[in-house]
Design a protein around this ligand. Structure first.
Ligand code: PLP
Length: 357
Protein backbone atom coordinates (compact mmCIF):
# COMPACT_ATOMS: atom_id res chain seq x y z
CA UNK A 1 0.00 0.00 0.00
CA UNK A 2 1.39 3.39 -1.05
CA UNK A 3 0.25 6.78 0.15
CA UNK A 4 1.08 9.28 -2.58
CA UNK A 5 1.62 12.83 -1.30
CA UNK A 6 3.26 14.10 -4.52
CA UNK A 7 2.51 17.65 -5.62
CA UNK A 8 1.97 16.68 -9.25
CA UNK A 9 1.53 14.62 -11.28
CA UNK A 10 -0.47 13.43 -8.35
CA UNK A 11 -2.89 10.98 -6.85
CA UNK A 12 -6.24 10.39 -8.55
CA UNK A 13 -9.14 8.26 -7.33
CA UNK A 14 -8.51 4.53 -7.68
CA UNK A 15 -11.78 4.08 -9.58
CA UNK A 16 -10.57 6.65 -12.09
CA UNK A 17 -7.32 4.76 -12.66
CA UNK A 18 -9.27 1.54 -13.14
CA UNK A 19 -11.73 2.99 -15.58
CA UNK A 20 -8.97 4.80 -17.49
CA UNK A 21 -6.98 1.58 -17.74
CA UNK A 22 -10.02 -0.24 -19.08
CA UNK A 23 -10.58 2.49 -21.67
CA UNK A 24 -7.01 2.09 -22.88
CA UNK A 25 -7.62 -1.62 -23.47
CA UNK A 26 -11.15 -1.44 -24.85
CA UNK A 27 -13.16 1.74 -24.83
CA UNK A 28 -16.76 1.05 -23.94
CA UNK A 29 -17.00 -2.27 -25.79
CA UNK A 30 -15.89 -0.80 -29.12
CA UNK A 31 -13.04 -3.31 -29.40
CA UNK A 32 -10.72 -0.33 -29.78
CA UNK A 33 -8.51 1.53 -27.37
CA UNK A 34 -9.49 5.07 -26.50
CA UNK A 35 -5.97 5.95 -27.65
CA UNK A 36 -6.67 4.89 -31.24
CA UNK A 37 -10.10 6.45 -31.65
CA UNK A 38 -10.49 9.47 -33.91
CA UNK A 39 -10.86 12.70 -32.02
CA UNK A 40 -13.67 13.56 -34.44
CA UNK A 41 -15.50 10.24 -34.03
CA UNK A 42 -18.71 9.79 -32.05
CA UNK A 43 -17.01 8.32 -28.95
CA UNK A 44 -14.58 11.14 -28.32
CA UNK A 45 -17.10 13.77 -29.40
CA UNK A 46 -19.37 12.52 -26.61
CA UNK A 47 -16.48 12.57 -24.11
CA UNK A 48 -15.55 16.14 -25.03
CA UNK A 49 -19.15 17.28 -24.83
CA UNK A 50 -19.40 16.12 -21.21
CA UNK A 51 -15.89 17.32 -20.38
CA UNK A 52 -16.75 20.88 -21.39
CA UNK A 53 -20.16 20.78 -19.74
CA UNK A 54 -19.22 19.46 -16.30
CA UNK A 55 -16.76 22.20 -15.19
CA UNK A 56 -19.45 24.77 -15.91
CA UNK A 57 -22.02 22.73 -14.00
CA UNK A 58 -19.68 22.37 -11.02
CA UNK A 59 -18.94 26.10 -10.98
CA UNK A 60 -22.57 27.10 -11.49
CA UNK A 61 -21.91 28.72 -14.86
CA UNK A 62 -23.97 28.64 -18.04
CA UNK A 63 -22.64 28.03 -21.51
CA UNK A 64 -24.13 31.21 -22.87
CA UNK A 65 -21.74 33.22 -20.73
CA UNK A 66 -18.74 30.93 -20.30
CA UNK A 67 -16.78 28.50 -22.42
CA UNK A 68 -14.59 25.71 -21.25
CA UNK A 69 -11.43 24.77 -23.17
CA UNK A 70 -8.85 22.00 -22.94
CA UNK A 71 -5.51 23.33 -24.12
CA UNK A 72 -1.96 22.05 -24.13
CA UNK A 73 1.32 23.60 -23.06
CA UNK A 74 0.53 23.41 -19.36
CA UNK A 75 -0.60 26.12 -16.98
CA UNK A 76 2.72 27.74 -17.89
CA UNK A 77 1.37 28.53 -21.37
CA UNK A 78 -1.55 30.36 -19.78
CA UNK A 79 0.94 32.73 -18.14
CA UNK A 80 1.64 34.27 -21.54
CA UNK A 81 -1.60 33.39 -23.36
CA UNK A 82 -3.72 35.41 -20.94
CA UNK A 83 -1.41 38.40 -21.34
CA UNK A 84 -0.94 38.24 -25.10
CA UNK A 85 -4.66 37.89 -25.71
CA UNK A 86 -5.76 40.64 -23.37
CA UNK A 87 -3.09 43.24 -22.69
CA UNK A 88 -3.27 46.36 -24.79
CA UNK A 89 -3.06 50.11 -24.41
CA UNK A 90 -5.35 51.21 -21.63
CA UNK A 91 -5.99 47.66 -20.41
CA UNK A 92 -3.49 46.66 -17.83
CA UNK A 93 -2.37 43.49 -16.11
CA UNK A 94 -2.43 43.73 -12.31
CA UNK A 95 -0.76 40.90 -10.42
CA UNK A 96 -0.60 39.53 -6.91
CA UNK A 97 2.77 37.91 -6.33
CA UNK A 98 2.40 35.01 -3.91
CA UNK A 99 5.01 32.55 -5.08
CA UNK A 100 7.04 30.97 -7.83
CA UNK A 101 4.08 30.45 -10.17
CA UNK A 102 2.78 34.01 -9.78
CA UNK A 103 6.28 35.35 -10.38
CA UNK A 104 6.54 33.33 -13.57
CA UNK A 105 3.17 34.66 -14.76
CA UNK A 106 4.37 38.22 -14.11
CA UNK A 107 7.61 37.68 -15.98
CA UNK A 108 5.77 36.36 -19.04
CA UNK A 109 3.08 39.06 -19.01
CA UNK A 110 5.69 41.83 -19.05
CA UNK A 111 6.59 40.75 -22.58
CA UNK A 112 3.16 41.77 -23.82
CA UNK A 113 2.03 44.95 -22.13
CA UNK A 114 1.80 47.06 -19.04
CA UNK A 115 2.01 45.09 -15.83
CA UNK A 116 1.79 46.22 -12.23
CA UNK A 117 2.44 44.08 -9.19
CA UNK A 118 0.00 45.23 -6.51
CA UNK A 119 1.33 43.21 -3.63
CA UNK A 120 3.88 40.54 -2.91
CA UNK A 121 4.88 38.21 -0.09
CA UNK A 122 8.36 37.69 -1.47
CA UNK A 123 9.81 39.63 1.50
CA UNK A 124 9.04 36.70 3.81
CA UNK A 125 9.89 33.91 1.41
CA UNK A 126 6.25 33.66 0.28
CA UNK A 127 5.04 32.16 3.54
CA UNK A 128 1.86 34.27 3.68
CA UNK A 129 -0.86 35.88 1.54
CA UNK A 130 -0.46 39.68 1.46
CA UNK A 131 -3.40 41.61 2.90
CA UNK A 132 -2.40 45.21 2.32
CA UNK A 133 -4.89 47.37 0.43
CA UNK A 134 -4.07 48.47 -3.09
CA UNK A 135 -5.64 50.73 -5.67
CA UNK A 136 -5.98 50.28 -9.40
CA UNK A 137 -7.12 52.30 -12.39
CA UNK A 138 -10.00 49.87 -12.80
CA UNK A 139 -9.31 48.95 -16.41
CA UNK A 140 -7.56 45.67 -16.78
CA UNK A 141 -7.41 42.29 -15.16
CA UNK A 142 -6.25 41.08 -11.80
CA UNK A 143 -4.25 37.85 -11.93
CA UNK A 144 -3.65 35.73 -8.86
CA UNK A 145 -2.75 32.19 -7.86
CA UNK A 146 -5.45 30.79 -5.59
CA UNK A 147 -3.24 28.09 -4.11
CA UNK A 148 0.53 28.30 -3.94
CA UNK A 149 1.53 24.69 -4.48
CA UNK A 150 5.17 25.17 -3.52
CA UNK A 151 4.75 27.30 -0.39
CA UNK A 152 1.51 25.86 0.92
CA UNK A 153 -0.48 29.09 1.15
CA UNK A 154 -3.98 29.64 -0.20
CA UNK A 155 -6.42 32.50 -0.64
CA UNK A 156 -9.41 31.89 1.61
CA UNK A 157 -11.23 34.97 0.28
CA UNK A 158 -11.45 36.57 -3.11
CA UNK A 159 -8.84 39.31 -3.47
CA UNK A 160 -10.26 42.83 -3.95
CA UNK A 161 -10.68 43.42 -7.68
CA UNK A 162 -13.16 46.22 -8.11
CA UNK A 163 -14.00 46.63 -11.82
CA UNK A 164 -11.15 44.36 -12.86
CA UNK A 165 -11.60 41.09 -14.71
CA UNK A 166 -10.41 38.36 -12.42
CA UNK A 167 -7.95 35.80 -13.79
CA UNK A 168 -7.03 32.93 -11.54
CA UNK A 169 -4.44 30.19 -11.77
CA UNK A 170 -6.24 27.36 -9.91
CA UNK A 171 -3.87 24.61 -10.95
CA UNK A 172 -3.58 23.08 -7.51
CA UNK A 173 -6.99 23.71 -5.97
CA UNK A 174 -9.55 23.54 -8.75
CA UNK A 175 -12.69 21.70 -7.57
CA UNK A 176 -11.34 21.36 -4.04
CA UNK A 177 -14.02 23.71 -2.67
CA UNK A 178 -17.09 25.54 -3.90
CA UNK A 179 -16.67 28.95 -5.46
CA UNK A 180 -18.76 31.43 -7.36
CA UNK A 181 -17.73 30.93 -10.97
CA UNK A 182 -19.32 34.21 -11.99
CA UNK A 183 -16.67 36.16 -10.11
CA UNK A 184 -14.07 35.14 -12.68
CA UNK A 185 -13.08 36.27 -16.16
CA UNK A 186 -10.67 33.38 -16.72
CA UNK A 187 -9.89 30.35 -14.59
CA UNK A 188 -7.11 28.02 -15.69
CA UNK A 189 -5.65 24.89 -14.19
CA UNK A 190 -3.03 22.40 -15.31
CA UNK A 191 -4.80 19.07 -14.92
CA UNK A 192 -2.01 17.14 -13.20
CA UNK A 193 -2.55 18.41 -9.64
CA UNK A 194 -6.18 17.94 -8.69
CA UNK A 195 -7.97 17.05 -11.91
CA UNK A 196 -6.28 14.49 -14.12
CA UNK A 197 -3.02 13.43 -15.74
CA UNK A 198 -0.42 15.80 -17.15
CA UNK A 199 -1.08 16.90 -20.70
CA UNK A 200 -4.01 19.26 -20.66
CA UNK A 201 -4.96 22.55 -19.08
CA UNK A 202 -8.54 23.41 -18.29
CA UNK A 203 -9.37 27.00 -19.22
CA UNK A 204 -12.74 28.55 -18.41
CA UNK A 205 -13.29 31.87 -20.08
CA UNK A 206 -16.06 34.41 -19.83
CA UNK A 207 -17.31 35.11 -23.32
CA UNK A 208 -17.75 38.80 -22.54
CA UNK A 209 -13.95 39.02 -22.45
CA UNK A 210 -13.68 37.95 -26.08
CA UNK A 211 -14.22 41.48 -27.32
CA UNK A 212 -11.04 42.43 -25.49
CA UNK A 213 -8.91 39.81 -27.24
CA UNK A 214 -6.21 41.19 -29.51
CA UNK A 215 -6.32 40.39 -33.21
CA UNK A 216 -3.37 39.24 -35.26
CA UNK A 217 -2.28 36.44 -32.96
CA UNK A 218 -1.01 33.15 -34.28
CA UNK A 219 -4.00 30.78 -34.41
CA UNK A 220 -2.81 28.36 -31.75
CA UNK A 221 -2.32 31.15 -29.20
CA UNK A 222 -5.59 32.94 -29.86
CA UNK A 223 -8.39 31.99 -27.43
CA UNK A 224 -10.91 32.72 -30.20
CA UNK A 225 -9.52 29.87 -32.30
CA UNK A 226 -10.03 27.30 -29.58
CA UNK A 227 -13.41 28.67 -28.62
CA UNK A 228 -14.72 28.60 -32.19
CA UNK A 229 -13.34 25.08 -32.75
CA UNK A 230 -14.40 23.72 -29.33
CA UNK A 231 -10.83 22.74 -28.33
CA UNK A 232 -10.46 20.72 -31.54
CA UNK A 233 -8.64 23.17 -33.80
CA UNK A 234 -5.77 20.71 -33.61
CA UNK A 235 -5.82 17.20 -32.13
CA UNK A 236 -6.83 17.61 -28.50
CA UNK A 237 -5.11 15.56 -25.75
CA UNK A 238 -7.78 12.87 -25.77
CA UNK A 239 -6.54 10.76 -22.88
CA UNK A 240 -5.95 13.59 -20.34
CA UNK A 241 -9.36 15.01 -21.24
CA UNK A 242 -11.03 11.63 -20.72
CA UNK A 243 -9.35 11.06 -17.36
CA UNK A 244 -10.24 14.60 -16.25
CA UNK A 245 -13.84 13.84 -17.15
CA UNK A 246 -13.74 10.65 -15.07
CA UNK A 247 -12.37 12.64 -12.13
CA UNK A 248 -15.13 15.24 -12.39
CA UNK A 249 -17.73 12.47 -12.52
CA UNK A 250 -16.11 11.00 -9.40
CA UNK A 251 -16.34 14.39 -7.66
CA UNK A 252 -20.04 14.65 -8.46
CA UNK A 253 -20.71 11.05 -7.44
CA UNK A 254 -19.02 11.76 -4.12
CA UNK A 255 -21.10 14.76 -3.16
CA UNK A 256 -19.64 17.49 -5.36
CA UNK A 257 -17.34 20.32 -4.35
CA UNK A 258 -19.17 20.93 -1.08
CA UNK A 259 -18.34 17.41 0.07
CA UNK A 260 -14.79 17.77 -1.30
CA UNK A 261 -14.25 20.90 0.77
CA UNK A 262 -15.57 19.26 3.92
CA UNK A 263 -13.30 16.27 3.44
CA UNK A 264 -10.31 18.42 2.47
CA UNK A 265 -10.79 20.67 5.50
CA UNK A 266 -10.98 17.70 7.82
CA UNK A 267 -7.82 16.20 6.31
CA UNK A 268 -5.95 19.49 6.53
CA UNK A 269 -7.10 20.13 10.11
CA UNK A 270 -5.92 16.68 11.17
CA UNK A 271 -2.50 17.10 9.60
CA UNK A 272 -1.90 20.69 10.75
CA UNK A 273 -2.95 19.76 14.28
CA UNK A 274 -0.16 17.19 14.34
CA UNK A 275 2.37 19.58 12.79
CA UNK A 276 1.57 22.09 15.55
CA UNK A 277 1.53 19.51 18.34
CA UNK A 278 4.65 17.57 17.36
CA UNK A 279 7.79 19.00 18.98
CA UNK A 280 9.96 18.05 15.99
CA UNK A 281 8.04 19.79 13.24
CA UNK A 282 7.10 23.34 12.38
CA UNK A 283 4.55 24.61 9.84
CA UNK A 284 5.98 26.80 7.07
CA UNK A 285 2.98 28.93 6.06
CA UNK A 286 1.27 31.58 8.20
CA UNK A 287 -1.57 29.81 10.02
CA UNK A 288 -4.42 31.88 8.63
CA UNK A 289 -3.19 31.33 5.06
CA UNK A 290 -2.53 27.61 5.23
CA UNK A 291 -3.49 25.61 2.18
CA UNK A 292 -5.94 22.73 2.39
CA UNK A 293 -4.17 21.15 -0.59
CA UNK A 294 -0.43 21.40 0.13
CA UNK A 295 0.78 21.32 3.73
CA UNK A 296 4.38 22.52 4.04
CA UNK A 297 6.45 21.91 7.16
CA UNK A 298 10.05 21.67 8.28
CA UNK A 299 11.91 19.74 10.95
CA UNK A 300 13.70 21.70 13.70
CA UNK A 301 16.72 19.41 13.72
CA UNK A 302 17.81 19.28 10.10
CA UNK A 303 19.99 16.23 10.82
CA UNK A 304 16.79 14.24 11.24
CA UNK A 305 15.41 15.14 7.82
CA UNK A 306 16.76 12.13 5.96
CA UNK A 307 15.83 9.65 8.62
CA UNK A 308 12.24 10.97 8.68
CA UNK A 309 12.05 10.53 4.92
CA UNK A 310 13.40 7.02 5.39
CA UNK A 311 10.65 6.23 7.93
CA UNK A 312 8.06 7.58 5.51
CA UNK A 313 9.37 5.41 2.69
CA UNK A 314 9.24 2.35 4.98
CA UNK A 315 5.59 3.10 5.71
CA UNK A 316 4.70 3.48 2.02
CA UNK A 317 4.51 7.28 2.18
CA UNK A 318 5.90 8.74 -1.04
CA UNK A 319 6.33 12.18 -2.57
CA UNK A 320 6.59 14.04 0.71
CA UNK A 321 9.91 15.80 0.20
CA UNK A 322 9.52 19.59 0.09
CA UNK A 323 10.16 21.72 -2.99
CA UNK A 324 13.83 22.70 -3.22
CA UNK A 325 12.98 26.39 -2.68
CA UNK A 326 11.32 25.70 0.71
CA UNK A 327 13.07 22.56 1.92
CA UNK A 328 11.58 20.29 4.56
CA UNK A 329 8.41 18.48 3.65
CA UNK A 330 5.26 18.99 1.68
CA UNK A 331 2.23 16.77 1.95
CA UNK A 332 -0.05 17.31 -1.02
CA UNK A 333 -3.49 16.20 0.05
CA UNK A 334 -5.61 16.62 -3.06
CA UNK A 335 -9.25 15.51 -3.44
CA UNK A 336 -8.30 11.88 -4.07
CA UNK A 337 -6.23 11.51 -0.89
CA UNK A 338 -8.43 10.02 1.80
CA UNK A 339 -8.26 10.46 5.54
CA UNK A 340 -6.51 7.09 5.98
CA UNK A 341 -3.49 8.53 4.17
CA UNK A 342 -3.42 11.48 6.56
CA UNK A 343 -3.81 9.20 9.58
CA UNK A 344 -0.90 7.10 8.36
CA UNK A 345 1.32 10.17 8.03
CA UNK A 346 0.29 11.42 11.48
CA UNK A 347 1.06 7.99 12.94
CA UNK A 348 4.56 8.06 11.42
CA UNK A 349 5.17 11.61 12.69
CA UNK A 350 4.19 10.54 16.21
CA UNK A 351 6.33 7.43 16.13
CA UNK A 352 9.25 9.48 14.85
CA UNK A 353 8.84 11.98 17.69
CA UNK A 354 8.78 9.20 20.28
CA UNK A 355 11.96 7.74 18.84
CA UNK A 356 13.85 11.05 18.67
CA UNK A 357 12.89 12.80 21.89
C1 PLP B 1 2.20 23.21 -11.26
C2 PLP B 1 1.69 24.59 -11.37
C3 PLP B 1 1.87 25.37 -12.53
C4 PLP B 1 2.63 24.87 -13.73
O1 PLP B 1 1.91 23.94 -14.42
P1 PLP B 1 2.44 23.28 -15.78
O2 PLP B 1 1.22 22.56 -16.26
O3 PLP B 1 3.58 22.40 -15.42
O4 PLP B 1 2.85 24.38 -16.69
C5 PLP B 1 1.32 26.63 -12.56
N1 PLP B 1 0.66 27.12 -11.50
C6 PLP B 1 0.49 26.41 -10.36
C7 PLP B 1 -0.27 27.03 -9.23
C8 PLP B 1 1.00 25.13 -10.26
O5 PLP B 1 0.83 24.43 -9.14
Amino acid sequence: MKYNFSAGPAILPKEVFQEAAQAVMDYNGTGLSLLELSHRGPEFTAILKEAVRLPLEILGLNKEEYQCLYLTGGASSQFYMTAMNLLKDGYKGYYLDTGTWSAKAIKEAKLFGEVEVLSSSKDEGYNYIPKTAYSTSGNGYLHYTSNNTIFGTQYHHLPAHENLDLICDMSSDIFSRPLKGKDYGIIYAGAQKNLGPAGTTLVIIKKALLGKINGGLTSMLDYNTHISKNSSFNTPPVFPIYVSLLTMQWIIKNGGVDAMEKRNQEKADTLYAEIDRNSLFKGFAAKEDRSIMNATFTISNKDLELSFLEECTQAGIVGIIGHRSVGGFRASIYNAMDIEGINKLVEIMQAFEAKNK
